[in-house]
Write a protein that binds this ligand. Structure first.
Ligand code: 2AM
Ligand code: CA
Ligand code: CA
Ligand code: CA
Length: 271
């Protein structure tokens, strides 16, 4: 057993409360009320209910912390305290199509991390259907359930399975994605597009995927996942290769060797 910090226990308890509700809604997805936020950008009552449950549970445990929520936006808290960055349902398109690949993503952002910048210090990606937790603490590693996570050890692109997200209407740059795809696809063993950025990153951390790239992302999609990959020994940068503490829009993630190979391909495609 690993020693879970108190914070992680709080996060997992909240996810384990919202998770069964998502599971129930998933079982009756054809009856769910769904609305559209933009072209091809759907939100269901399940997204909103899950978010509400998470906010209620986390607020009970840390009353003065703020929130950055996909559905509810910002809720101000004590600015000297951390805030929660939450995607209550990452993979809504899968969910609405009855595909059991979606997750809850919760990250803790400290206001004064390294260099005085905000920094993600605790992360949980929870998969309600399989009841799996992927979690990480800054400087203390990443785990899947009670097993230490390590990014894959593959060094050869031709053996690598790479995940991506394809820009959809209005989000991300499809022409740019196509150029990168054209450069990467012929060099690797396979490409996967599973539709949950949080799980894509968790699976890179777990060594299931050897790498991942996507653009047009939001903080709640990737805040937890980036810490998972880094704490599992992986590299996460933007497409330029800049190793920023927090990457807001685009992500290139892999182990050390594959990251530099993938980055060469991406840089070549974007030249
Ligand atoms: P969401 O399910 O929380 O909205 C996958 O490429 C990432 O893009 C997911 O994190 C997903 O988050 C987000 N996304 C938002 N709208 C999408 C859409 N219409 N199709 C695919 N992905 C979408
Ligand atoms: Ca969404
Ligand atoms: Ca998302
Ligand atoms: Ca979402």
């Amino acid at each position: 057993m690993v020693a879970h910090s108190g914070l992680f226990t709080v996060m997992e308890r909240a996810a384990r409360k919202a998770g069964p509700r998502l599971r129930r809604d998933f079982g009756e997805v054809q009856n769910l009320q769904v609305s559209r936020k933009g072209p091809a950008d759907f939100v269901s009552v399940a997204d909103k209910r899950a978010e509400q449950t998470l906010v209620e549970e986390l607020r009970k445990a840390r009353p003065d912390w703020g929130f950055l929520l996909e559905e509810g936006g910002k809720i101000e808290g004590d600015p000297t305290k951390p805030r929660w960055i939450i995607d209550p349902l990452d993979g809504t398109s899968n969910f609405l199509h009855g595909i059991p690949h979606f997750a809850i993503s919760i990250a803790v952002e400290e206001p004064n991390g390294a260099g005085g910048q905000p920094e993600i210090t605790t992360a949980l990606v929870y998969q309600p259907i399989t009841d799996e937790s992927f979690w990480a603490e800054k400087g203390r590693g990443a785990w899947h359930q009670d097993q230490r996570l390590r990014v894959s050890a593959r060094r050869d692109l031709t053996e690598s399975l790479i995940a991506t997200g394809i820009p959809f209407m209005g989000h991300g740059n499809f022409a740019e994605w196509s150029r990168i795809f054209g450069a990467v696809a012929p060099e690797v063993a396979g490409i996967r597009r599973f539709g949950s950025a949080a799980l894509d990153l968790a699976w890179v951390a777990a060594g299931r995927f050897d790498g991942y790239w996507e653009s047009g992302l939001q903080p709640w999609d990737i805040a937890a996942g980036i810490l998972l990959v880094r704490e599992a020994g992986g590299f996460v940068t933007d497409f330029k290769g800049a190793d920023r503490a927090f990457i807001k829009r685009e992500v290139l993630a892999a182990n050390d060797a594959l990251h530099s190979r993938l980055h060469k391909l991406v840089a070549g495609a974007l030249r």
